[in-house]
Design a protein. Sequence first.
Length: 331
Amino acid sequence: MPEFDSFADAYTSGLREVLDGGASVPSVRDPHSKASDFGQKDRPYRELIAHSFRVRDPRKSLAISSALPVNLPYCFGLLAWSLDGRNDVDTPAHYRRGAHEYSDDQHTLSGAFGHRLITAAGGDQVGAIVERIRQDPAHRRTFGLVLEPADNFRRSREYPCAVGVQLFLREDRLTWLTVMRAQQALTVLPYDGFLFMLMHQWAAALLGVEPGPYIHQSGTFHFYDNEIDLARSVTAGTVTSGSLPALPDTPEAAQAAVRELVDVERGVREAAAAGDTAALDRFADTKAEAEFADVARACLTTFAYRKLGDSTTTVDSPAATAEVRDLITAL
């Protein structure tokens, strides 16, 4: 399995592999699938079967490219939504156009990863796995399921791309393995990778250990033919690794930081939806306790100002790196 120092390196390498050796596949025809644009067009693609990579440091979770700028507000919004175990469609739709087209009822996203891992089926799978590892560090019954048998019988617009995740505590470091049935390698992997690498860090903090390697396995690793030129532009340019402040490394502090992230995301998003600039001003002026949550506050509040037509107000966080500060300024 190829191993990389950062997610940015793994991302770029994967794109090159698809460009150089990916097999051509005709379009999916299922009208319930985005792979056919829900029955509206042909979307042939290139793919690698059974593609895997390993990232040594999951804290290097951002791939920054001028050819395909990362939507950092969506990264934070997706993370908060997932860690809160929600499946409403309005949250991701706030950050990303087109989210509603995946919803069967225009209210929920049935395959939401965080919802299925944390709140569906009567309990928190990640929390249960962490506790099992705490009690028995060598345990292997540590797989959290996203995909479920019923998905194969539903006629739904959303069939989860993730199969599940597995955690291993080895040599006092937590390895996180994500198994994807299908991974769109160009425009979706930067967000799936960010989400699961941050969940990896969170789970490690709940155990009070360092995060070890992050492993990402995909049944099909692909992008569409009409994205080939963009993929070439990304790989021909510079893809920079970006990092965020680490989550606190104790269970109580990590949980508090996640709660702060969830509360900030919800508060800023609801203020933007209501056009409440006074509330946004309060978020802009009030530093979060956890450094990670504070960078999220700066990013999400700046994005909310942009949503309301303010193109000049940029909220800063002293915890942001220069690369992340540039992403926020460019919103």
